[in-house]
Design a protein around this ligand. Structure first.
Ligand SMILES: *[C@@H]1O[C@H](CO)[C@@H](O)[C@H](O)[C@H]1NC(C)=O
Length: 220
């Protein structure tokens, strides 16, 4: 999540458990998470409840979002499970001046991994403070690979210790094709092991910001 440490600090004040993902936060609080299928695509929409978000699933793999003065929200469409397919996406995401990500985001299990392929981000670079492991080329761009570690944190499988893998595109963009297998292979070549695919969505995320997006994904 964007500025996750800060988010956790906020959450720690209101919940007894520290939380690993938005979806899990909802479960912790006993709130029904906003996940399901729409027009043949899996979707997930989560908010921690502050500010207002208008998230709307559209035709096919499309969705629209508009958020105002949120603390943290994330949502998007994709697949569950999300095997290593080629994902094409297009749309508008113009949140460079606020704290937001546009990323292909998902989980694997056994091992449990939370991963991000970040296509564009705003004022906060998610790789801040971490060490670059490797780079990879995909669809005319260069991605920097990072790993971060979460210790004894809740996850899609309850409290666990797990890694977060990151591919962060140096040339920010909104629209193109992501060859997920390329990223997966580069991660594994760097010793970053993956497990069975859980969900994977083309996610818009906002953290302490206001913004909007309109995104369409499909299999390339
Ligand atoms: C994506 O591209 C298609 C084809 O050009 C277009 O019809 C659609 O409106 C675009 N989607 C978004 C969200 O901009």
């Amino acid at each position: 999540m964007v500025s996750f440490t800060s988010l956790l600090a906020v959450l720690a004040a209101t919940t007894s458990a520290v939380v690993a993902s938005p979806l899990e936060l909802l479960k912790e609080r006993g709130i029904q998470p906003g996940t399901g299928t729409h027009n043949g695509y899996f979707y997930s929409f989560w908010t921690d409840g502050k500010g207002s978000i208008d998230y709307t699933n559209g035709p096919g793999g499309s969705y629209k979002s508009k958020w105002n003065n949120v603390n943290n929200w994330v949502g998007g469409k994709g697949w569950n499970p999300g095997p290593p397919r080629k994902v094409a996406y297009n749309g508008t995401w113009d949140n460079y001046k606020v704290n937001s990500y546009l990323s292909l985001y998902g989980w694997t299990t056994n091992p449990l991994v939370e991963y991000y392929i970040v296509e564009a981000y705003g004022t906060y670079n998610p790789s801040s403070g971490t060490t670059k492991l490797k780079t990879l080329e995909d669809d005319g761009g260069t991605y920097d690979i990072y790993r971060t570690r979460r210790v004894n944190q809740p996850s899609i499988q309850g409290t666990a210790t797990f890694d977060q893998y990151w591919s962060v595109r140096q040339q920010k963009r909104v629209g193109g094709v992501i060859d997920v297998k390329k990223h997966m292979d580069a991660w594994q070549a760097s010793g970053l092991k993956l497990g069975s695919w859980n969900y994977m969505i083309m996610a818009t995320e906002g953290y302490q910001s206001s913004g909007s997006s309109e995104i369409n994904i499909r299999e390339a």
